[in-house]
Design a protein around this ligand. Structure first.
Ligand code: NDP
Length: 455
């Protein structure tokens, strides 16, 4: 029998890769992991974690404004120090990189620093050194996609947003998805004058239509200049301003900005991995094609997370990694279910959602009942803010099961996480109705909505 250096060798030290390596090593498997950059991948270094920290930073702007309504007098104008926020963030991310390294070390994973390339079905080469393994796992994530427009060299992607220098007084964001909406809200809160261009009539394709319209309204009220049905045709450096860029829209208008962010989607990181040499096939979207068990076209090679683009979310990559490890080194019982994955968009206010939009629910279940509520939260009765909260339930008429739950409002992600458990357990509207609310909260509205929307 052929002997290998490792039982599992993982390429990529992001969320999915690190989770798979650690969990496999904890079963006693001999595991190696290669990463060329900082451990933690997109989520830790230039994604979820720094984004949420900056979202908190942006939230203070509202809090300072609202404090007066609760009796607080600020004797000095609050002053925002961008350099301080950046260094605080960098310190925290470095701490997390270290935690990832010690988690791997403590579970016995051999960390190989460098760029890994597949050589064949069982061999990986990193900086000229070959490592063999019975199983290989590719978890190299994704990278921002930028359309090929004139002046592309002047724009930045989300990777650069956390360390911009100087702070952009005027920010133009192109895109209407998660990343575009989050950065538009964050930099608006931090004090930039933000313009957001989106090529469609509504932001956030795929979300419930009421949520899409409501959040655009709230972001607009907060100060983001959202221009729908708008596309950027070209970007040019303005010769009269040191940092100024001029963006020409498809219809000819021009917008000036200090920084232009393209948040126009992410593509799988498949370049330079030797996939072709090893015989690993890509799907029609350019992602690694995998079967229901995350096995690629080469039976000893697996892929999880954004490189196989099912759902581009960190917790999904983690769950997929656990399925692979269980199949290879455990009982093989773990399954991944892509229905009712809760998600949040950290706009101001946040979006939290689980299950089907009204349109998708109607297409899947036929007859549905919709309940919705829009209100000013208790906090804003004194804060002076005009922010409102929106909540919506979509119920399958036949089974009475709640199949869609959507919220735009403070801490929507925190609220929806708990409801997602109930939804996965098949909770009916009757069960929601029999649940006692926690008073006074916004969340209680989900268990007190009684009047369906006229259908
Ligand atoms: P999304 O797919 O969410 O959004 C991409 C946006 O760019 C869409 O509005 C899309 O428009 C637009 N777009 C695409 N191509 C072009 C183009 N050529 N010209 C103009 N606009 C274009 O991607 P993101 O980059 O925002 O995020 C990637 C993924 O990362 C998300 O899908 C999400 O799964 C994950 N993520 C999750 C977060 C969270 O959980 N909070 C936070 C950030 C990211 P259209 O709608 O017309 O396709």
């Amino acid at each position: 029998m052929r002997t290998f250096d490792f039982d599992l060798f993982v390429i990529g030290g992001g969320s999915g890769g690190v989770r798979a390596a650690r969990m496999a090593a904890q079963t006693g498997a001999r595991v190696g992991l290669a990463e060329a950059a900082d451990l933690g991948g997109t989520c830790v270094n230039v994604g979820c974690i720094p984004k949420k920290l900056y979202s908190y930073a942006a939230g203070y702007a509202e809090s300072f404004e609202e404090a007066a309504g609760f009796g607080w007098k600020l004797h000095k104008e609050p002053h925002f120090d961008w350099a301080h926020l950046k260094s605080q963030r960098a310190r925290e991310i470095t701490r997390l990189n270290g935690i990832y390294a010690s988690l791997l070390k403590n579970s016995g994973v051999v960390l190989v620093t460098g760029w890994a390339q597949l050589v064949d079905a069982h061999t990986v080469e990193v900086d000229g050194k070959r490592h063999t393994a019975e199983h290989l796992l590719v978890a190299t994530g994704g990278t921002p996609y930028v359309p090929d427009i004139p002046g592309r060299e002047h724009i930045v992607t989300s990777d650069a947003m956390f360390d911009l220098d100087p702070f952009p007084r005027r920010l133009l964001v192109v895109g209407g998805g998660y990343i575009a909406c989050e950065f538009a809200s964050i930099f608006n809160g931090l004090g930039s004058q933000v313009t957001q261009l989106h090529r469609r009539a509504h932001l956030l394709t795929g979300f419930d239509d009421d949520v899409r319209q409501f959040v655009a309204g709230e972001m607009g009220k907060a100060g983001v200049d959202i221009r729908l049905n708008s596309e950027a045709a070209s970007v040019a450096r303005n010769p009269h301003g040191k940092h100024a860029l001029t963006v020409t829209l498809a219809r000819g208008q021009q917008v000036e900005a200090d920084t232009v962010l393209f948040a126009t989607g992410r593509v799988p990181n498949t370049q330079g991995l030797g996939l072709e040499a090893a015989g690993v096939k890509l799907d029609d979207k350019g992602a690694i094609a995998v079967d229901a068990h995350y096995r690629t076209s080469v039976p000893s090679i697996y892929a999880v997370g954004d490189v196989s683009t099912r759902v581009q979310l960190t917790p999904v990559a983690l769950a997929e990694a656990m399925v692979v490890v269980d199949a290879l080194f455990g009982k093989g019982k773990r399954r991944m279910d892509y229905e009712f994955i809760p998600t949040a968009v950290f706009t101001h206010p946040n979006i939290g959602t689980c299950g089907y939009s009204e349109i998708d629910a109607r297409a899947k279940f036929g007859e549905i009942t919709v309940f919705s509520s829009e209100f000013k939260s208790l906090r804003h009765t004194l804060s002076g803010s005009t922010e409102r909260t929106f909540m919506k339930l979509v119920v399958d008429k036949k089974s009475d099961r709640v199949v869609g739950l959507h919220m735009v409002g403070a801490d929507a992600g925190e609220v929806v996480q708990g409801f997602a458990v109930a939804m996965r357990a098949g909770a009916t509207k009757a069960l929601f109705d029999s649940t006692i609310g926690i008073h006074p909260t916004a969340a209680e509205e989900f268990v007190t909505m009684r009047e369906p929307m006229p259908g």
